[in-house]
Design a protein around this ligand. Sequence first.
Ligand SMILES: [Zn+2]
Ligand SMILES: [Zn+2]
Length: 278
Amino acid sequence: MLGTGTPRPDPERSGPATAIIVNGTPYLIDFGPGIVRRAAAAYNKGVTALGAAAAGIKTVFLTHMHADHTAGYPDLILTPWILGRKKPIEVYGPEGLSDMTKHVLSAWKIDIADRVNGIDRLPRSGCRVVVHEIKPGLIYTDHNIRVTAFPVRHGLKHAFGFRFETPDRIVVLSGDTAPTPSLAEHCAGCNVLIHETYSQATYEKVSRKWQRYRRAHHTSSGELAALAERVKPDLLVLYHRANAGGALTLADPEQTLLVEMRQLYRGRVVAAHDLDVF
Ligand SMILES: [Zn+2]
Ligand SMILES: [Zn+2]
């Protein structure tokens, strides 16, 4: 888990970013702020597949265009290149990703030109990005992994969750979403379900406007428990826990959420922290 946070700049939690590592190859999902530094920390802790300075990350999937999931993009494109990545990265994500990529490269064009033509003589290929704007369905396959994108309900025209089929485990990542049938369908047989959620206790403390927002765009502990009861993953990993407003007034918002979950769901459930490995 390279980032388990939300838009709130919690120093303990980087913006959403998750790596799935199969046979030594990393696959990154989302690039919230802090992604490259968290990847470097994971590398230092022994997750060497990520490469020094995140230079091992070549294949990337984006759930949706919200800033908490994308604000690490220039860092992901530029920093590993400056520190040694020679090949382009391939990024799969919603409509709008091409445009965002073009603008990021354009915004940093002075630095890029200097590093290519100046004393560094870096290969331009290392800061190239091959963008694939995706539609629901099978979006990626190689000898390690099959990746299926499915639409989720998050108020944007395009927002996805992903199902990853690897030789030993099926992992489903919700992205940001309210409950939706397509997510439940794509969870069939999954071993690990990584899912966003907010606690009822924090919900009750935010304003009616924010309550409406959460109901429309996110998943409550009760709703997630109902999904998990149906899907029965070996492991349910909670991340992107809403911590706005109400959570700050609770003594231990994470424990509050876990207690709520365990009242309604008997399977194995953990609250993820940055740098956790499952
Ligand atoms: Zn988010
Ligand atoms: Zn979002």
